[in-house]
Design a protein around this ligand. Structure first.
Ligand code: SAJ
Length: 451
């Protein structure tokens, strides 16, 4: 099949790069977002999210004359739905104030295992397509969704048009797999799984994405494609939970987990991931719940892994408290708020959960996020620079392995700070250099005692 026009619903981290890439590869694309502010920002030549290379790509797409943005869908040959599927907030009892956490978040530190996927955006997007559907159209769902969403939820909505899914309209599920920070490259190079409700739908999906995908395009059925996506992120979550549990055990045994992992990973069939302050982002910390929700009786390991990762901020702060004593009134700088290195995304960030945990125990916390300097956390003060964050601090906690933090010099920190305590949740600081500069250094998973 040949596709000339495309309508992409949802202009977030996935939809915007996807719409722009199709436009720069010759399709006439309308990008749709129900958020009028996002449409206005894009029409003014700006972008509302940070991702390396995205601004240039979006500008090139607009310049080509093939990308437009609107707040409602239009008729097209194909429709891609790339809207969020968050966790339903009402089902998540959380001890953490949610004010500073964006989106339906706050699973951090929660012992809840009953989170549910909120499919309202997917439903609304599918409903908004219905009046525009024509015979021969293709609809692709990209949003991460619980198994069977495409066939049980999306297909019946599309059939309200009077057209039949299968004979009249093609419907497929294709998971996005791009890594924030490398979205533009991975969008093109990664292998893409396309699951159709029937063979013709999968083949239509292949014909669409072949416009730019250089990786293999592999066809399957829609439910398998949904399940594959959930397996991928769950695999990662469970393995990070294992690394985090290894960190806890290592401290108990007086072992440096970072050295131990390096040695274990010399085994040809072992590849332990990195421990840290927890798992964030809108994918890995959320998606495993979709499986737990769908089959709680069959997923105790997945649930347990989620709980280990969600408990990690509290465990890390326990270590800080053991080293510093009572945290009330203590001046602590928190370096990094994003959910991982070199991004500006704060969603589900374990760094924010650590800050909440520190302020809840009475610490006076000053935060600094170089990729989103205006970001603030309720109960803490936001600093505009590294120097401002560290000035007069007694201790700092390194929460995200952002590039600028790697080059932080102990001599500078010593000049700005009043105290000499470092807590490294990412295992990246050169401990010897910091110790030589007179700092006590606590590294997550290594404790304070190892040089
Ligand atoms: N993390 C660790 N230790 C590690 C690796 C990661 O603590 O060894 C933490 C990070 O700091 C972060 C979280 O896990 O808080 C997730 O980061 P990530 O880089 O592993 O993944 P995401 O969430 O940015 O992107 C993932 C990717 N999925 C997989 O790698 C299986 C990406 O390919 C998906 O497209 C994306 O989720 C998504 O949208 O689903």
């Amino acid at each position: 099949m040949e596709f000339k026009t495309l309508c992409v619903l949802g202009l977030g981290y996935i939809g915007l790069p996807t719409a722009s890439t199709f436009a720069t590869h010759g399709l006439d694309v309308v990008g749709v977002d129900v958020n009028r502010r996002i449409v206005d920002v894009l029409r003014n030549g700006e972008i509302h999210i940070q991702e390396p290379g995205l601004r240039t790509l979006v500008q090139a797409a607009f310049r080509s004359g093939r990308l437009r943005v609107n707040d409602q869908p239009e008729p097209a040959d194909a429709f891609i739905v790339a809207v969020p599927t968050p966790i339903a907030p009402s089902t998540i009892p959380s001890p953490i104030p949610s004010a500073a956490l964006q989106g339906p978040s706050a699973l951090q530190g929660s012992s809840a295992g009953e989170a549910r996927a909120d499919l309202s955006y997917v439903r609304a997007a599918a409903e908004s397509i219905v009046p525009h559907l024509r015979r021969g159209n293709l609809v692709v769902l990209e949003s991460t969704s619980p198994p069977r969403t495409t066939v049980d939820v999306v297909a019946p909505i599309l059939e309200r048009s009077g057209l039949r899914v299968g004979p009249d309209v093609h419907l497929a599920y294709s998971p996005e797999r791009v890594l924030p920070g490398q979205i533009l490259r991975e969008l093109i190079e990664n292998a893409r799984v396309i699951g159709g409700v029937d063979t013709a739908s999968a083949e239509a999906g292949r014909d669409l994405y072949a416009a730019f995908v250089k990786g293999d395009i592999v066809l399957t059925d829609a439910t398998t494609a949904e399940y594959v996506k959930l397996m991928e992120n769950t695999f990662r979550d469970v393995n990070i939970a294992l690394a985090n549990e290894f960190a806890r055990l290592a401290e108990r045994f007086g072992v440096d987990v970072w050295e131990a992992i390096e040695l274990a990973n010399r085994h040809p069939r072992v590849s332990v991931l990195r421990p840290g302050p927890g798992v964030g982002g809108h994918c890995i910390s959320v998606d495993p719940w979709f499986l737990v929700e769908a089959a709680p009786d069959l997923s105790p390991l997945i649930r347990q892994a989620r709980q280990v990762n969600d408990g990690q901020p509290r465990w890390f702060v326990d270590g800080i408290e053991r080293a510093l004593g009572d945290l009330r009134g203590r001046a602590i700088a928190a370096l990094g708020l994003a959910y991982k290195q070199d991004v500006d995304d704060l969603r589900e960030s374990p760094a924010i959960a650590v800050v909440h945990e520190l302020t809840a125990r009475g610490a006076r916390v000053r935060t600094y996020e170089p990729n989103a300097p205006a970001a603030s956390v309720e109960g803490a003060q936001a600093a505009a620079s590294l120097e401002q964050a560290l000035t007069d601090a007694e201790a700092f906690v390194l929460l995200v392995d952002h590039r600028p933090f790697r080059s932080l010099q102990p001599a500078d920190a010593a000049r700005w700070m009043t105290g000499r305590h470092v807590f490294d949740a990412r295992g990246i600081l050169p401990r010897d250099a910091w110790r030589q500069a007179g700092f006590s250094v606590y590294v997550l998973g290594a404790g304070g005692g190892h040089a």
